[in-house]
Design a protein around this ligand. Structure first.
Ligand code: NZQ
Ligand code: ZN
Length: 388
């Protein structure tokens, strides 16, 4: 394994009833709490009422910040930071999925920083020397794993850049994960989040170094789990076992543990992020379209690993097959799974028109070096074109 330093400062409370049991004890020091959430799902499913009642019974002043959109924008971050400064907020409580958590992490920094956080921390990797506002998160849709890392993916609409940076100082202080909170998530978003988790694991697994290592072993177990649990949750959305496994698999995939000793690839994510910057598409669904096309493209450069993926993750019988055939069958098993679940297989199905400036988008995609051969921008364009 490569050398590494591991740190994860988020304290996790997991299981049915954890919000009622622990939230009040986690906010004792705060006087004014910014309650950050999305576009209303938590009001429909009753989560909002539960949380407001706990905050009110604890005599907290609540500053509401709502309307956080999927693919949160830098403008929304600035709006939240202004509000936090105006009301002297001393803690942020983010209730939602990756978008709400990411936006809240950036607000936690922007609310205490005098400069332009986009320029200093997202346009390039910066060094955080101030102390961001403390952040707690309550996850209502699982998938991104944002609850247990310092990563925040923000879209700068003017610059047409969607990018994420991971700062340990932005790790939530605590994360409350009640799987029953995800029962009301739509099938589309369940699939999107589940595929996002699978994508994170694959982006780490299909990268160097490839000699036997703990991270790859864990990755295979987690991929098998996501496949099993996604099938079960689609069949029965109220299946607590499936929902709780999916929730923890999402956290495990992005709490930095799996990445230890690996280069990581994340080329599919870079492609999705820039598509998202231009057309505001759903993160997990776009990844489902991109992955098989990308993997067919690079399979010949990572034959041994794709063959191992076929045998260890999809249980494909290797008998009588050469490695290249087995490798291709592994990629096709992934594509079949995507079809079986009803995930999209073309960008057209996501409502994306071929008239978008594809070459310009392809040119804006950062090229990563940890996978099997660095792509060129022409290859990224070719992959985008094949996705239609
Ligand atoms: O906005 P509301 O009304 O709350 O509805 C949301 C939204 O429409 C809905 N939802 C959430 N909880 C629900 C619910 N609907 C019913 N019942 C509930 N309990 O779900 C929809 C999607 O929410 P969103 O937060 O946008 O989805 P997701 O969690 O997939 O987050 C996507 C964002 O996270 C970034 C993505 O790029 C994207 O911007 N990512 C963040 C990462 C990180 N910080 O580590 C890593 C990922 O790779 C990813 O890039
Ligand atoms: Zn993702």
């Amino acid at each position: 394994m490569n050398n590494f330093v591991f740190e994860n400062s988020t304290k996790v409370y997991f299981g049915e009833g954890c919000v009622e049991e622990y939230l009040s004890s986690l906010i004792v020091k705060a006087k004014t709490i910014m309650l950050a959430y999305g576009r209303g799902s938590i009001k429909k499913n009753g989560i909002y009422d539960k949380i407001v009642s706990i905050l009110s019974n604890s005599d907290k002043t609540i500053v509401e910040f709502d309307g956080i959109m999927s693919n949160p924008t830098y403008a929304k971050v600035q709006e939240g930071a202004e509000l936090a400064k105006k009301h002297h907020v001393d803690m942020i409580l983010a209730v939602g999925g990756g978008s709400v958590m990411d936006c809240s992490k950036a607000i936690a920094l922007a609310a205490v920083y005098d400069g332009d956080i986009w320029q200093d921390f997202w346009a390039r990797q910066g060094v955080i020397s101030c102390t961001p506002l403390p952040l707690g998160v309550i996850v209502t849709v699982s998938g991104t794993g944002s609850e247990c890392n310092g990563g925040a993916v923000i879209t700068n609409e003017e610059a047409k850049i969607k990018t994420g940076k991971d700062y340990p100082q932005l790790n939530p202080k605590f994360a409350l994960l009640d799987p029953t909170y995800t029962f009301s998530v739509s099938k589309t978003q369940l699939l999107s989040g589940g595929f996002d988790t699978l994508s994170h694991i694959m982006e780490i697994y299909f990268s160097t170094p490839d000699m036997d290592n703990v991270s790859d072993d864990l990755a295979e177990a987690l991929m098998r789990g996501v496949i099993r649990d996604l099938r079960a949750a689609v069949k029965n959305p109220q299946d607590y076992t499936a929902r709780s496994n999916l929730m923890w698999e999402a956290t495990m995939a992005e709490n930095r543990l799996l990445k230890l000793g690996k280069m990581t690839d994340f080329q599919a994510h870079m492609m999705e992020h820039q598509l998202g910057a231009y057309v505001d598409c759903n993160h997990g669904l776009a990844l489902a379209v991109l992955h098989p096309v990308y993997y067919r493209h690079i399979c010949s450069k990572g034959i041994a690993k794709f063959a191992r993926f076929a045998a260890h993750v999809w249980d494909i019988d290797a008998f009588g097959k050469n490695e290249a055939t087995l490798a291709r069958e592994g990629v096709e098993a992934l594509a079949d799974f995507i079809q079986e679940l009803g995930l999209p297989t073309t960008l057209r199905e996501l409502g994306i028109s071929k008239d978008i400036p594809l070459a310009e988008i392809a040119d804006s995609v950062p090229l990563t070096a940890g996978g099997y051969g660095k792509l060129t921008h022409e290859e990224v364009l070719q992959i985008f074109q094949t996705c239609f």
